[in-house]
Design a protein around this ligand. Structure first.
Ligand SMILES: [Zn+2]
Length: 126
């Protein structure tokens, strides 16, 4: 629980930093890269942070959003149009996990699954 709280604080700090720098709301993939976490974990953490009242994620138009403090003390610009999954997948060094289809950064070019799926594969092979 303590660790989760620390991770949520880091996530909110990232959003706040974007706000203070006048940047757009980072995509889940950007946040995953910044915090060295799985993109799916970021989605869960954003949900938890919203429920805990640490941050408000506000939809802007159809596919964009901005992040804001619940007390209104800061807010990011809306996400860039087209930011997110499609663009993130084009980043050098990223590929999609063959098993769960999430984007991840392999440490070698011979890795085709994310860490989570590699762990599951190793367990199944044992
Ligand atoms: Zn995977």
């Amino acid at each position: 629980m303590q660790r989760n709280q620390a991770a949520l604080d880091r996530l909110v700090a990232e959003l706040r930093r974007a706000a203070e720098d006048g940047q757009p709301c980072p995509s889940n993939q950007d946040l995953a890269d910044a915090l060295d976490l799985h993109e799916g974990t970021i989605a869960d953490m954003l949900r938890a942070a919203r429920i805990a009242g640490l941050v408000a994620m506000l939809p802007v138009g159809q596919n964009r959003r901005l992040a804001a403090a619940c007390d209104g003390s800061w807010q990011t610009l809306p996400t860039r149009i087209g930011a997110g999954r499609a663009q993130a997948a084009d980043k050098v060094g990223q590929r999609k996990c063959l098993r769960c289809k999430r984007a991840f950064k392999p440490e070698s070019r011979y890795r085709f699954c994310c860490d989570l799926c590699a762990a599951v594969n190793a367990r199944e092979a044992a």
